[in-house]
Ligand binder design. Sequence first.
Ligand code: ATR
Length: 485
Amino acid sequence: MTEQQALAHIGVVGLAVMGSNLARNFASRGHTVAVYNRSYEKTALLVEEHGNEGSFLPAKSIEEFVASLERPRRAIIMVQAGAATDAVINQLADAMEPGDIIIDGGNALYTDTMRREREISAKGLHFVGAGISGGEEGALNGPSIMPGGPKESYESLGPLLESIAAVVDGVPCCTHIGADGAGHFVKMVHNGIEYADMQVIGEAYHLLRYAARMTPAEISDVFKEWNTGDLDSYLVEITAEVLAQVDAETGQPLIDVIVDSAGQKGTGRWTVKAALDLGIATTGIGEAVFARALSGARTQRTAAVGNLPAGTLTTLEALGVDRADFIEDVRRALYASKLVAYAQGFDEIKAGGVENNWELRPGDLATIWRGGCIIRAKFLNRIKEAYETDPELQSLLLDPYFKGEVANLVDSWRRVVVLSTQLGLPIPVFASSLSYYDSLRSERLPAALIQGQRDFFGAHTYERTDKPGHFHTLWSGDRTEVQTS
Ligand code: ATR
């Protein structure tokens, strides 16, 4: 064997679950993979348990790891986000040579990725922040990959990443997203959309459970049925699985023994913070993040449960609502709210692209989210088509196909919001999405009044509907109007 043949095509640093699964994925596709972990036990375990799946080159030090890579060297970092990532980047950068590529495959904050790209490119190395979605299973069998960084590094890296990505209709779920932090930005918004998608599914479950009084097993069947139609998606599929699960210890539905406080690692929060900075109304994602926060406020909830007046509540029976009709209304409300969350997420992506000079292509993103990732869903095909037909689409909701869909959903959506309110059941994303939708289509918004108030207390001026310029009313004087610009 020549020395060249003995070198690895790619390396993975950090061999916890995601890293080792990614390394195994590369190896199983015929690539020789250099593997390194800070503590050698994880490296040894990977090779011991999975060495027969392909060609691994285990390294005991960063220097040995770097020496085992073919040039340009390509090393994917899969360690804890934050300080650990910075530490490993610096170790690799010290041991590498100009032209080599460092890839951060973790969930880094995109502004960190932009900073790292500046620092690393100053050393003549390439830095690629790559969003990788799909969890453990995706990393092993085919994730959706969103690499940013310089386009030229994608020429050497792209084929390798595309070879391990999920494939839908012959198209790999991996494409170059844009310069520096673009990949991590898009992955962040993907995760934000995932938060909203999970929350709307949660709200639908909650209504079927506590308004229609169905059992988790019955609701599981409903989700299985929904998964054969417009809502066909990984998240709806696993929802049916979770709801069907029975706790071995108590014999209860597992859902009933799981504490109702949702965790979060922060990407949803980042999405909302970025949206606030960009001035984009991502209300669905925002409400989903807040819903998790409120679910976690356990002390406060304990103080409030049974202790806050609910007013006069009713039931579906008292209102004479047919259960089958209600279930279909909930399905439609879920679909419409989900659509709003995606529309808002894509708005944020477009705004982030403009802000950072990334030429983001929403149609391409919908394409690579069709497989491998957590939000994979049949309707991403429609989103892909919508943005391919009109890349300048002002809102996904204005696409002719989705407009037609919402026309069929909106009456149900309104009924569900009204009924839930009458029953005292919380539906933060269903309700706020409908308000967003109504805001978007309203000819007049109360913002005119806000401008009047701002001008009254702070002389912030306002624009007029009938002529250009900025105006101020002399509120504390004779209340005549002056033009200020
Ligand atoms: P997961 O969530 O998949 O378990 P994680 O917590 O994001 O993974 O990252 C854990 C990985 O980061 C491990 O490979 C860990 O190395 P050890 O096995 O030696 O603990 C690695 N890691 C954490 N801090 C690190 C650091 N400062 N330098 C190098 N690697 C580090």
